[in-house]
Design a protein around this ligand. Sequence first.
Ligand SMILES: [Fe+2]
Length: 561
Amino acid sequence: MAIQISAPPTKYIIISSYSSKQLHHERISFHEPVKKFIISSTAERIKLKTKNKTVPLMDDHNKRKNNSLLSTMFKSIDDFICDFMDLPLRPHNDPKNILSGNLAPVDELPPTACEVVEGSLPSCLDGAYLLNGPNPQFKPRGPYHHFEGDGMIHMIKINGGKATFCSRYVKTYKYMLERDMGYPIIPSPFTSFNGVMASIARVALGVARVVAGEFDPVTNGYGTANTSVAVIGGKLYALGEGDLPYEIKVTSDGDITTLGRRDFHSAATEEFLSMTAHPKIDPETGEAFAFSYHISPPRLRFFRIDSHGKKQPDVPIFSMETTSLIHDFFVTKNYAIFNDVQICMNPSEILMGKPPVTIDLTKTSRFGVIKKYAKDESEMWWVDVPGFNISHAVNAWEEDDGDTLVVVAANLLLVEQSLEKFDLAEMKMEEIRISVKNKEVLLRRQLSTRVLNLPPIHPDLCRKKKKVCIRHSVASRMYGPGCTGNEPFFVPREPNDPDADEDDGFVVVYVHDENTQESKFLVMDAKSPILEIVAAVKLPGRVPTAFHGLFVSESRLSKLS
Ligand SMILES: [Fe+2]
């Protein structure tokens, strides 16, 4: 079993636990002022009838278009590596296992009208809910990891109680290039290095392809943009931490288009090739705080993107001694906090025939604390938190007039299993209190005995917690046998009312029923102890298990440039 935490309203963290059979939600209460949303009543009615379905993954022979002699030769070498040099597939990297059930990919689906099969859609849900996740366009020929699939966004757009749904790939450079080639050519750091000979051969083949001009990862990146969706500087982006964000647009007919890879006007003299998929957006200033990690010093770079979408200079962090796979981080009113984890990137492993992503159990996990507006790392300090490895931050805030930092996140209990058995990895919520004055951990405690996973927080709550009052199992819902739920998200009923109850709103989520092969969009009453269903929308296509989502109100959508 794995458990999700997601998308809380002002006081709440919504936790959903899921297994292959059932899922339920649970709320944890936080004390926090209400944030603001703007609601529009703009309505659109779209009645496209196209259906999508689960399709067999494209065989490379069916889509191959590039028949140049050089490409044919490269393809033959790649085939040889897959057929004769790769080590035998194991359960954790066998695409037959990984891409089964609701992890199997779906085809694109144009905007299609949906049927509300239960209740009615509240007016405050006018807008779009976008969920991003991996959905490989080709059947993997060799080993595969769930993290490496091409990004696809599943969006339900709601206006005036009517809904349309679409699924669209993020048209990344990788996606477009491989679509034109007819087969995947860009290696994955998770699975491309499968045995000594196969690793060396793939490195050589990759270099040859770059030299021959078959692809240009330096100029164009190679990421999948498959992880999250965020509004940065007034624009909408699909993000994945291996590359720069891709700007996307929600069209008036309920479709999604990809506008392109964006560098946020970074300085030409600055190397800016990737950023986290979990930037922290300050709802008051509109700034986005973010970072990137690298295999050579400075291994960590902290930066912000201003409210106009312009990237500010990096703060290079040279005191990051190893390359940690830092997927997420914390911000408070005055600080950014990084978890230097035991999950590391070590490219030398490739020469040993192993993936460069490794687990270093000899390393002591720690927090790095730096002022949010620091110009350099001179005032950055580190504090050890042994065995603390997060994949996602829940939240952090300051108490005692800024003398105490409070961090809440789910800790990977068996970090050594986190790469091969990510769906089974046990995570449990912890609270860690840190003294700024003494630069030491004051308190560390487990907040729940439940296994917790994927705990993103509503972006508007970032840094705003002042104190926490956690009540376990405030509310929960079991979706039923055979049902799996994606990341839930909270949408306030009255986003402009500062006096509204913190839980006055709705929890929305995509749920798939393996028994009926139907996916639904559920709207649940966040105040209800059983998360009572307010509306259920039958979706015209399946929503596979994905990563992170975002609800954007119609009013906000209309203001995106
Ligand atoms: Fe994430």
